[in-house]
Design a protein around this ligand. Sequence first.
Ligand SMILES: Nc1ncnc2c1ncn2[C@@H]1O[C@H](COP(=O)(O)OP(=O)(O)OP(=O)(O)O)[C@@H](O)[C@H]1O
Ligand SMILES: [Mg+2]
Ligand SMILES: [Zn+2]
Length: 594
Amino acid sequence: MEHPLTAVTLERLRELARDRFGIRRFRPGQAEVIESILGGKDVLAILPTGGGKSLTYQLPALALPGTTLVVSPLISLMQDQVEKLRAVGVEVAMVNSTLSEKELREAVQTIGAGKHRLAYVTPERLADPAFRQVVAQARPQLFVVDEAHCVSQWGHDFRPAYLGLAAAVEELGHPPVLALTATATDKVIGDIVRQLGMRDPQVLIAGFDRQNLFFEVIHTSTEHGRRRRLVEYVKRSRGSGIVYCATIQHVEEIAQLLRESGVDVGRYHGQMRAKEREAVQRAFMATGSPRVIVATNAFGLGVDKPDIRFVLHAQMPGSLEAYFQEAGRAGRDGRPSRCTLLYQAGDRRVQAYFLGGRYPRPEDVIRVDRALERHARAEAQGLDVVAEAAELPLRTVRVVLSLLVELGLAVEEDGAKVRASGPVAADEDLASAALRYEERRREDRARLDAVVRYATSTLCRTRILLAYFGEDAASTCGHCDSCLRRVRRAEEEARKEEERRLSEEAEARVAAARAAAAAAAAESAHLRRPLRTFRPTRKKPESRSGQKALGPGSRVTHPAFGEGEVLVVQDDRVTAFFPGRGERTVKLAFLERV
Ligand SMILES: Nc1ncnc2c1ncn2[C@@H]1O[C@H](COP(=O)(O)OP(=O)(O)OP(=O)(O)O)[C@@H](O)[C@H]1O
Ligand SMILES: [Mg+2]
Ligand SMILES: [Zn+2]
C-alpha cells in the first residue's frame, strides 16, 4: 500500500512552512529528512542542536491524514512545542503528568477520536496499555521519537522508559518511525535503530560544524583559580548564558558566588521543586532575567532560546556527546557565541566517580531475577512490585529487566507488567550476563578520556569534536581557541620575518655603503701614497672602543629599528628594546651609540 504521505510533496510543505511558521528556507538536513519521511521510510535524523528538528515532523504532521504521535522526554519541552503550535492554530494534544483528571480524560478522548494533528506523549504514558489502545484508534501515521538518544544506555540521557517504545511501535502496526537526536556516535546510532525496532532505516546526518560557535578551553590549576576565572568570565560576558556544573552542590555554590558578584543569576537542578524549576526556566527563556542560569545537566533538554550568548562548563562533562549537546544550546540564532570549558586536571576523577554507580552490578541482576521468580512467576507484576521485592531503585530494575527480557528470562506483559519466563537461571549465568556492563564501563572511561583529550589538545577543537562524531573536518576551523592561537602565532612569525628581512636589508645597505666608502678611500690613498697599507683614522678606533663599551642601558640606534635601549650584550650580538618593535637581537656592528 502506498504510504499516504507520498501524495504530499516537499514543495507543498515548503509552502506550509512559509504560511504557517514564517520559515522561508530549510536549514541543512531538514529537506532531506522530510523527503525521506514522505517516502514512508523509517528515518533516524541527526541534526545539530537548534537545527530545527521539530519542523521535520511538524510539517508532515500538518499534511497527514491521521495523528502524528510524538514521544518527548520532558514536560517542559512538550509544553513549549504545544504552545508554539497552538499559537499558529494547529490542533495539538499533550498527555503528561501535569494534566488534571478532567484534562486527561478530554485529551485521551479527543486523541482517540483523531481530532489532533499531533499528540505529544511521555514514554511512561505510552507504557500504559489502556492508553496505547486509545492511541491505536487514532491510527497514527507517523511515530516520532524526539531526543532518541535517550533510548541508549550508551547515551548521556538514558531514559529507561524509552526501552518500551519498540513494543508500542509494533502494537500500533509499525507506522513509519522518525527518531530525532542532535548527537549520536556510531554506537548510539546502532542502539537507537535496534532498540526502537527501526526497519531498514535511513540515517541522515546534517553537519555538526556550527560556525558561529567559538570553542575554547580555559585551564586552571586550583579550585580557587577556577572560581575566580568563572566569575570574571561571567561578569565580562554580555547577554544570556548557561553555566553548567557537575553537581547540585556546585550549582548552589557557584550561583551564590555569582549573585554576590552582582550577576543576575538563577539556579536549576533536580532537587528543586518542579514549579520552581519551571518558573526559572520560563523567566530565562521569555524575559532574559535571570540573565545567567547555573545548572546541572538536568537543564536544557530542548531549551530553545535563540539568543544564548555563552555556555560555560565549570567542570568537564562526562562525554563529548554531552558537551556538544549542552554547548550547542548557544547561538541558535546564528550569531557569534562562546562555548567555554573550564578544565582542571582532577576533573576526570569526579566524573569517573559518578559513573561508578551507573550500571547494575552482578548482584543486582541476581536480585531482580530472584524477585521475579518469587513474586512474578505465576502472575505478571508491576515494576514497582519487583523493585520493592528486590530492594533496588526502579531505574536499576528497568535496566536489569531489559537484560532479562533479552535473555528470555522475563517477558513484558501489556507493557507495564513483567513476569518470569523460561528456565530458572543459575547465579553464575546471571553474573556472567552482567559482564556486558563491564564493557559499558570501559566505554564510559574511553569517553572520559576523549573529553580530556579535547580539553588538553592544542589541535583545532572543532576538528576534535567532529572527528569524535565520525565527521571529517578541515584541520583548522578558524572558530576555536587553538585555531586562533595558531593564527596569532603565524601572524607573529610573519611579522618577525618581515622585520628580519627589513633589518637585514638595512644592514646590507650600511655594509655596502661602508665598503664603498672604504674602497673609495683606499683608491684615493693608493693614488696618493701607493705603498701605505695601514692608515689609522681618528674616527674608527674611537667608535670601535665606544661600541665595546656598550652595556645594559646604553642608548643606541639601529638602521632599521631606530632608537633603542640595550638589554644584553653577548659577543657580537646585542639584544635591545626598540619601542614599537619590542626586543630584537642584532649585530653589534650595526648599532651606533647615541
Ligand atoms: N528553516 C528554518 N529557518 C529558520 N528558523 C528555523 C528553521 N527551522 C527551525 N527553525 C527555528 O529554530 C529553532 C530551533 O528549532 P528546534 O527546537 O526544532 O531545534 P532542535 O533541532 O529540536 O534542537 P534540540 O536539539 O535542542 O531539540 C526554533 O525556534 C525553530 O522555529
Ligand atoms: Mg528538539
Ligand atoms: Zn579550530
